[in-house]
Design a protein around this ligand. Structure first.
Ligand SMILES: NC(=O)c1ccc[n+]([C@@H]2O[C@H](COP(=O)([O-])OP(=O)(O)OC[C@H]3O[C@@H](n4cnc5c(N)ncnc54)[C@H](OP(=O)(O)O)[C@@H]3O)[C@@H](O)[C@H]2O)c1
Length: 268
């Protein structure tokens, strides 16, 4: 089997990456392969996406050029010994809170390692993907990696010291935003709309706001002021929201996620 890209771990993130790669259509599906310790998960995803899957890692004739490591950090050492023999592969680790040096030490020494922190939006090609490269990865390889990942969303180079903040904002962000979407939608339902219509209106409003802010480069506070006319309906709503301390709670939520990511980094 000629395999260039393998996804190890077919849970939430591994599935999103595999689906995103297939959806983008940039890579031949026969060059993708899936592996999960629970082989039934790899089989189900492989059949759904019409790509290969393996029951055992030693089933591979040749190591993949690129390996996405999408397992929980605690599960990684189980397979690391075998992977340590793959000297030509590039290891793309999405494990939250695991530094490049720790991936390298599990793999038995310096390797071509990329640490990335995607979010689940990679599934629809709209992920946020900060990446950090290990020193041994040459520029040509780095560019190949950036090209590979660009089919999954917005990719940018970062430094490891920033990754915990990016994990809290970009990695956990879809959960925070989904909570906000649900709350807005429920507000619409409370005012008499059915949930389907309330969700559609919420999503289009959120999409429009995101595109407006992205295209205009305007500070969100200025856009908020533009919507809230003096004595009007929006400012009445904003006052009530501010009374509940939503803004502080969201900031504290991001900070808690950041602290959790930093703790994992310290091996806790
Ligand atoms: N979910 C996110 O939004 C997100 C965002 C950024 C980064 N990440 C990172 O992505 C990684 C995976 O997270 P997840 O949410 O996708 O977890 P998950 O849903 O639990 O998926 C991990 C999968 O890998 C399997 N697995 C465990 N050990 C394995 C091994 N040695 N070889 C192959 N497969 C193995 C697991 O099987 P079992 O179920 O039997 O354990 C499970 O099916 C984590 O390191 C996390 O930090 C996730």
């Amino acid at each position: 089997m000629t395999t260039s890209i393998m996804v190890m771990g077919c849970g939430n993130m591994g599935s999103a990456i595999a689906k995103g790669l297939v959806r983008a259509g940039r890579h031949k599906t026969e060059h993708l392969v899936l592996y999960d310790i629970v082989w039934d998960k790899a089989r189900a995803l492989g059949e759904a996406l019409d790509i290969a899957w393996i029951r055992n890692i030693d089933q591979l004739e040749n190591p993949p050029e690129y390996l996405f490591i999408a397992v929980k950090p605690a599960d990684f050492p189980d397979t690391a010994e075998i992977l340590g023999e793959w000297h030509k592969s590039v290891f793309l680790s999405v494990m939250a809170g695991v530094a490049i040096k720790d991936v390298a030490s599990c793999l038995g020494g310096e390797k071509g390692i990329v640490r990335l922190m995607p979010n689940l939006c990679v599934e629809v090609g709209e992920g946020v993907i900060p990446v950090c490269f290990s020193p041994s990865l040459d520029i040509a390889r780095q560019e190949e990696v950036l090209f590979l990942l660009s089919s999954l969303g917005w990719v940018f180079e970062s430094v490891e010291s920033e990754i915990d903040s990016l994990t809290a904002l970009g990695g956990s962000g879809p959960a925070f935003i989904s909570l906000f979407v649900e709350a807005l939608m429920d507000g619409g339902v409370y005012c008499g709309l059915n949930w389907e219509k309330a969700l559609k209106v919420t999503l289009q409003t959120m999409l429009g706001t995101a595109i407006y802010l992205k295209e205009s480069g305007m500070h969100p506070g200025a856009f908020k002021n533009a919507v809230a006319s003096p004595g009007g309906t929006t400012i009445a709503g904003l006052r009530k929201i501010e009374e509940g301390g939503l803004r502080a709670k969201i900031m504290q939520g991001v900070e808690a996620a950041y602290r959790r990511a930093s703790k994992t980094n310290d091996g806790e």
